[in-house]
Design a protein. Structure first.
Length: 215
DNA sequence: CTGCCGATATACT
DNA sequence: GTATATCGGCAGC
């Protein structure tokens, strides 16, 4: 499986804005499947109107108010699951939405998991590009909410396989929100084709016609 | 590639 | 009733 140590609690027990760029290029392991995280977004608490935690704890967002290093999984739009890594400080809501990854192991299982009814991911690039796709590809759903990511033997964890975070990382506003859109709290790996949404890259010779604004 | 639209759980007014 | 941290299918370019 994946080489390298499992990220421990001290890694996550810091503000999400600090952890975010360091989490890029770490490997999210779920059973026999793994994806290199190439895009994350930070969400805070009472001062972040775009966050689920903005209005205080509920049954759904309880994990966000819990301990750093756990997985917050929520259901959205009536169909999709999305996964977050809870950050610090302890007992204050703070999390990183895992928005996209590059498949690195268990790709066959990912292809199976991503086939629902008639929908089929036609390119491997579509397996983990997007928060709900990433969760589905890795088999993460509501059962994984609250899982401890820092147990080395846990089913879901982050491995550091020695690939450094990008320097500098890409930075932009968060995707798909209406409030606090001006905050540049989305980090990504420049040039990675698995990044969802706007990214200042054309790695692999992809088009990049009318240059989109990028922070 | 871009844009529109529907599916529909959860939280909220 | 409305809004939402999304996605897939389709139309059109």
């Amino acid at each position: 499986m994946q080489r390298g140590p499992t990220l421990d609690r001290s890694f996550f027990d810091r503000p999400a804005l600090v952890v975010a760029p360091e989490l890029l290029n770490k490997v999210l392991v779920s059973g026999d499947r793994a994806a290199r995280i190439v895009e994350v977004e930070a969400y805070e608490g009472a001062d972040d109107p775009a966050s689920h935690a903005f209005r205080g704890p509920t049954a759904r967002n309880a994990t966000m108010f819990g301990r750093p290093g756990h997985l917050y999984v929520y259901f959205t739009h009536g169909l999709h699951w999305c996964a977050n890594a809870v950050c610090g400080p302890d007992a204050t809501p703070s999390a990183l939405l895992l928005r996209a990854g590059a498949p690195v192991a268990g790709v066959d299982q990912m292809r199976v998991a991503r086939q629902q009814g008639r929908s089929v991911a036609r390119h491997d690039r579509d397996l983990c590009r997007g928060p709900a796709r990433l969760a589905q590809a890795l088999g993460i759903d509501g059962q994984a909410d609250g899982a401890d990511l820092t147990q080395g033997r846990g089913i879901i964890r982050f491995a550091d396989d020695g690939v450094d975070p990008p320097d500098p990382p890409g930075l932009s506003p968060r995707v798909g929100i209406r409030l606090a859109v001006e905050r540049p709290w989305r980090w990504y790996v420049p040039g990675d084709p698995n990044v969802s949404g706007p990214s200042m890259n054309s790695a692999g010779g992809r088009s990049m016609k009318s240059p989109k604004a990028d922070w």
